[in-house]
Write a protein that binds this ligand. Structure first.
Ligand SMILES: Cc1cc2nc3c(=O)[nH]c(=O)nc-3n(C[C@H](O)[C@H](O)[C@H](O)COP(=O)(O)O)c2cc1C
Ligand SMILES: [Fe+2]
Ligand SMILES: [Fe+2]
Length: 391
């Protein structure tokens, strides 16, 4: 897929994998993006995940025939982008890897890349391919410590690694058009919250550093190539990394026998009746199409209120809910309002423990919570009064 006279997309769609990083559901697939810059010299920017070798090399051949590739720029070492490095070195014996000092030991450790095949670059360094200039900027922790981006000056094109990435495979023509951003917005928030969400401050630093660039084309490692809606994409990442949220409620619960689930549904109905924006997620996510923890994290990055339900389980919190609370804590999410609920049978501790975890995250706790014995029964509890707390 030709993007310009000197730029080709040679990425692939993965519509087989069900869990990204072995954890995050992929109902719409994901793409691993790779790009070729063709000038007097040819540079490949990142590779794709193993398993897609045939398609990947066919894409390269379609773009440049049997021309040699001089450089492989490694922006990011996570194996979804790096796992064909060894094969590239084998196929292109004259190829040099362009990487930074932090990448070097990872190249050795993963793929036994000898130092003499690596050209080490640092902040602001430049490699000329002829009339095309590649400049490198370090963006540590977006998403790993070695991560950098590559700026193709003459095209105003930023190869941004995982930054500005999204779940969802890409259309054949790859480049965004009217409406593309709206289609990907939710999956972009989910990708950010699941994968990069822990690194809000590094994302902010990266955005500041890159703000001097006049970006005409944004080439992330996942999702469409952005040419039209760059502002919306950058704004969304800015908003997410600043923890900016809108009024609304994310109800996230786990339930073994449906009692905590019944309370969650009753609350959702009450919010629905009042027109308060909300989302509801079963954290065990056992039914087809449910996003579980992954979807709940997405909506915590959307809404200002988190309502968490867990039955008491062996004197503690139901494990899938515990996983979710740990995920919130790991993402250093701040400034949310919090409410807990859950069923027990002989001695309820889940709500108290959830409140303790929320307190340790500096959430504003909206009330003692609703810890109820056995079945949830609408007539026993005033869901309206609870919903009042979230208005
Ligand atoms: C494995 C297991 C462990 C449990 N541990 C406790 C407990 O420590 N304390 C308690 O009061 N109830 C405990 N219960 C009872 C549940 O909290 C109770 O069945 C509750 O209604 C389940 O809510 P749910 O329908 O939302 O799953 C336990 C139940 C199971 C199945
Ligand atoms: Fe990554
Ligand atoms: Fe990635």
């Amino acid at each position: 897929m030709k993007l310009s006279e000197r730029l080709y997309y040679v990425g692939v769609n993965d519509d087989h994998k069900s869990l990204f990083e072995g954890l995050w559901p992929l109902p719409e697939g994901v793409s691993y993006n790779s790009y070729l810059v063709v000038d007097d010299k040819v540079a490949l920017i990142d590779t794709v995940e193993h398993g897609f070798e045939d398609e990947f090399f066919a894409g390269i051949a379609e773009s440049i025939g049997d021309r040699d590739i001089d450089y492989l720029v490694v922006n990011h070492m996570e194996p979804d982008h790096s796992s064909l490095i060894a094969l590239m070195l084998e196929r292109y014996p004259r190829l040099k890897v362009i990487a930074n000092a932090k990448t070097l030991p990872m190249l050795k450790g993963y793929y036994s890349v000898p130092s003499e095949r690596v050209l080490v670059v640092g902040e602001g360094d430049v490699v000329c391919l002829g009339s095309s200039t590649l400049r490198f900027y370090m963006i540590p922790m977006v998403h790993w410590p070695e991560t950098m981006v590559t700026w193709l000056e003459e095209e105003g094109t930023l190869f941004s690694g995982d930054a500005f990435g999204t779940f969802g495979s890409v259309a054949e023509d790859v480049v965004d058009k009217d409406g593309t951003f709206d289609i990907y917005r939710d999956e972009m928030i989910r990708y950010y919250s699941n994968i990069v969400g822990k690194y809000g401050n590094p994302v902010q630093s990266a955005l500041k550093k890159l703000s001097c660039l006049d970006i005409k084309r944004l080439c992330s490692t996942h999702g469409p190539v952005w040419e039209n809606d760059i502002v919306s994409v950058v704004d969304l990442y800015d908003k997410l990394s600043r923890n900016e949220v809108e009024r609304g409620v994310c109800i996230a619960y786990g339930s073994m026998y449906g009692n905590t689930a019944a309370a969650a549904d009753a609350l959702a109905m009450e919010l629905d009746r009042r027109g308060i924006p909300y989302a509801i997620h079963d954290l065990a996510g056992n039914n087809a199409g449910e996003l579980g923890v992954s979807g709940a994290l997405r909506d915590v990055f959307k809404y200002d209120t988190v309502v968490v339900g867990s039955p008491t389980y062996n004197n503690g919190i139901f494990p899938p809910v515990e996983t979710f609370m740990k995920a919130l804590s790991a993402r250093m999410i701040k400034g949310r309002r919090f409410y807990a609920f859950g069923s027990y049978t002989w001695s309820g501790v889940s709500v108290r423990q959830l409140n303790g975890l929320a307190e340790s995250m500096d959430f504003e706790i909206l009330g003692p919570g609703l810890s109820f014995p056995q079945a949830y029964a609408a007539e026993k509890f005033d869901m309206k009064a609870i919903a009042d707390l979230f208005a």
